[in-house]
Design a protein around this ligand. Structure first.
Ligand code: HEM
Length: 221
């Protein structure tokens, strides 16, 4: 990855996380009895535990993984990458597990339809699967597979961030509707997976001289 792309990557990823992490924080403030900055959602009032787990896990996972994915940070701080990776894998499984819990046991978000429900039932286990396979690959020191599966898992999670844009721009152009909204949300996962596959297959064109000095097992291909 070039130095410019290396600098741009965290900015783009943090921009994608920004809205869902902010809205999650505001929701937690509201559930804790703080001011109602966003509209109340009766679905979570009786038993908000799944949402609390989801919001805390997703904030840790979404922001923490940005620093795992930036090549220069990974290469310079391999011990940090390993230690943080364990915490982030647990946070990621919390996101996927709570997403499944929210989808199966809470009323669906008003204005959304069966397509989104079914896709969430596919995406949440798929995300968990990517993380499990990715961690297993790291344990057997197959860092190429580790990198690929962690990127895929993160891309699925970050669908929540891309949905802000697909819904925002899509509904502004196409208008509102249950199926349209579901399709625009699904489009976010498709876009993220396409970008992930491109990033995984993209040949590493330029490596820093520092990267060449670091032992092969801590440098992803
Ligand atoms: C790291 C990525 C993610 C972030 C930052 C995130 C963030 C959030 C936030 C802030 C909420 C609360 C919304 C509210 O207060 O109304 C929420 C709800 C929810 N999320 Fe996520 N999420 C992520 C990943 C996912 C994934 C991958 C799935 C499904 C496969 C998912 C499924 C859900 C569901 C079902 C709800 C319940 C509310 C609803 O029905 O829309 N989330 N998420």
């Amino acid at each position: 990855m070039t130095r410019r792309a290396d600098r741009l990557l965290p900015v783009v990823l943090l921009a994608l996380c920004f809205v869902p992490v902010l809205s999650g924080t505001l929701r937690l403030v509201q559930l804790a009895g703080g001011p109602e900055i966003m509209p109340a959602d009766d679905r979570f009032l009786d038993w908000p535990m799944a949402l609390v787990v989801h919001i805390v896990g997703s904030a840790v996972f979404a922001v923490g993984c940005v620093f795992q994915l930036v090549p220069t940070i990974r290469r310079r701080h391999p011990d940090w990458h390993r230690r943080a990776g364990r915490v982030l894998a647990v946070a990621g499984l919390m996101v996927a597990g709570s997403a499944l819990w929210l989808t199966l046991f809470y009323d669906p978000q008003p204005g959304t339809g069966p397509l989104l429900l079914v896709l969430r039932l596919v995406v949440a286990p798929a995300m968990a699967g990517c993380l499990v396979v990715g961690v297993a690959a790291a344990r057997r020191r197959d860092f190429r597979a580790h990198r690929a599966w962690m990127i895929r898992g993160y891309a699925l999670a970050l669908g929540a961030g891309t949905q802000v844009f697909t819904l925002g721009f899509g509904e502004a152009v196409l208008g509102h509707g249950e199926l349209r909204g579901d399709l625009l949300r699904v489009a976010a996962w498709v876009i993220n997976l396409a970008v992930a596959e491109w990033a995984i297959r993209r040949p590493a064109r330029r490596r820093t001289s520092r990267a060449r000095r670091v032992p092969a097992e801590v440098v992803s291909p």
